[in-house]
Design a protein around this ligand. Sequence first.
Ligand code: ADP
Length: 201
Amino acid sequence: DRLMHTTGHLEVIVGPMFSGKSEELIRRVTRAVIARQTVAVFKPAIDDRYHQTQVASHNGRSIEAHAVQSSEDIRNLVYGNTPLLSSDDPLPEVIAIDEAQFFDAGLVPLVSELADKGVRVILAGLDQDFRGEPFSFMPEVLARAEVVDKLTAICVVCGGPATRTQRLIGNRPARYDDPIVMVGASESYEARCRAHHEVLK
Ligand code: ADP
């Protein structure tokens, strides 16, 4: 199995919203737990779609996770550098991080370092933003990964493979310059293919 290396490495799962990234991360973590490996799961605290202590997929499955504010929080938790944990404890065998794109760029050196130290690191996140442009440091993560899976969703317009996330404000495609956080606007997201993905100027 190409995902069962014994030495440390980085696996990245990318794709648009609804492509099954969380589902796939949950599947890999569940298998590691069945194999009696030690696993730590993290997600950004800002993603409160569902539960603060779980990673949940759109199809309703979930696993326990630490909701954290920053890559520094992950560093402190995995190295046992908190009042709750001892720094004598070994690193987890597997570290999984969902919604990776919402972290700070300090995540990139941290996950490289953990892979160097023998940890199997699994990252899931968006490769592109709602404009169809590379999402912050995700290109660098993709370049550094040993294994990359780029998933597709179903385009809600044509039923083909969707590689992009359509942002809608009201019922209209979002504008290029619309801020990432719109206060008071009714906003939604859909999976779409390149041909049906729209960004207003
Ligand atoms: P992601 O983490 O990539 O946003 P999830 O793992 O949370 O994806 O959810 C994937 C699930 O979303 C699918 O199994 C399916 O049940 C549901 N879903 C809803 N809309 C779509 C769509 N347009 N294409 C594919 N799956 C969709």
